[in-house]
Design a protein around this ligand. Structure first.
Ligand code: ZN
Ligand code: CA
Length: 333
């Protein structure tokens, strides 16, 4: 009888695990991106150029705030997927808090690790490619499924041009993946990030466990040339591979869900980094080394974007929170 109870317990455990694993999408599709780029000569050349650019490396260490104009392309099959402006604002706000270390949960980060204010901000653009006014949001209907995973989003709604905008596509990604981002030197037509509508923003369709906007924070890391903290291989992470960042310890374990402590390569693992796979509520920091690498990549490889004159939309008041407090205007009515 005891044995039967034990077997039932085990079965129940595995059944529950299966249910849970079905609930949480895969954090990121960057592995497929890297596979598509591993023999791409222009990507590899750009990686070498970024590494060699010592001048910009000095600049990257400076603390000038860089502001990047963003266009959010919503691609939808139904009104649920046609997410609200407010949800988009909530994402821009969450992203900026993370990039400026204004997120309230940095306390979960082990004190031995750095927590960087990256000093890069994002705003919805106010200027269409033709120079006219825009809210920084486009909306395009499609009847096609899984347009992220199947790489159709950039054909359904073409990029506004990576020299002027960070393009963010929000859609039904497909294949139970939260999103992906493209690093410097990748193909222009899909350069940017693409995110599932259930893992974008902090309200509306944003669904736990990726409902604090950190799928975007993570993918922006890739857009700015960060690898996952264990290196470039999700399948065989090991203590001999790394992410080309010195202050993120090597780790051979990929933590999913939430993890407060780990020690997989003889030193404490950084379980709270944005470039890991844990749930949104369990990640809270970029390091100083990641900051330098991101700024170096931006100033070397995405200089046109840094100098874009497309501007910030005043409607996207959410970045007002960057000055750490909202200004509440009296309402005469
Ligand atoms: Zn990733
Ligand atoms: Ca490292």
């Amino acid at each position: 009888m005891r044995l039967i109870n034990w077997i039932i317990g085990i079965l129940f455990f595995f059944h529950s695990s299966l249910l849970l694993s079905q609930e949480a999408p895969k954090r990121c599709g960057f592995q497929e991106v890297l596979q598509s780029l591993e023999s791409d000569s222009s990507y590899l050349a750009e990686q070498i150029r970024i590494k060699k650019n010592a001048t910009n490396r000095v600049q990257a260490k400076s603390d000038t705030i860089i502001t990047i104009p963003v266009v959010v392309h919503v691609i939808y099959k139904n009104q649920t997927e046609n997410i609200s402006d407010a949800q988009i604002y909530s994402q821009i706000e969450a992203l900026n808090k993370d990039m400026r270390k204004l997120n309230a949960d940095t306390t979960i980060v082990n004190n031995q690790f750095s927590k960087a204010d990256v000093k890069i901000e994002f705003c919805l653009t106010k200027t269409n490619p033709d120079g006219t006014y825009t809210s920084g949001i486009t909306r395009t209907y499609t009847d096609i499924d899984n347009v992220g995973y199947n790489e159709q989003y950039f054909m359904i709604k073409p990029s506004w041009g990576r020299d002027d905008y960070l393009n963010i596509w929000v859609c039904d990604y497909g294949n139970n993946v939260a999103g992906r981002g493209y690093p410097p030197g990748s193909l222009a037509d899909r350069d940017g990030i693409v995110i599932d509508y259930t893992n974008f923003g902090t309200i509306g369709t944003a669904a736990s466990p990726y409902n604090l906007g950190r799928t975007v924070t993570h993918e922006i890391g890739h857009f700015l040339n960060l690898f996952h903290i264990w290196g470039q291989n999700d399948l065989t992470p090991n203590c001999g591979s790394d992410d080309e960042v010195l202050d993120t310890p090597n780790q051979s374990t990929i933590y999913t869900r939430c993890q407060s402590f780990g020690n997989s390569c003889g030193s404490d693992d950084m379980t709270t980094n944005y470039l890991g796979y844990v749930f949104d509520r369990c990640m809270a920091n970029f390091t100083q080394g990641q900051k330098t690498r991101m700024r170096n990549a931006l100033l070397t490889s995405r200089t046109a974007l840094v100098n874009s004159n497309k501007g910030c939309n005043a409607l996207a008041i959410n970045e007002a929170s960057l000055s750490s407090n909202y200004t509440i205007f009296p309402n005469p009515n």
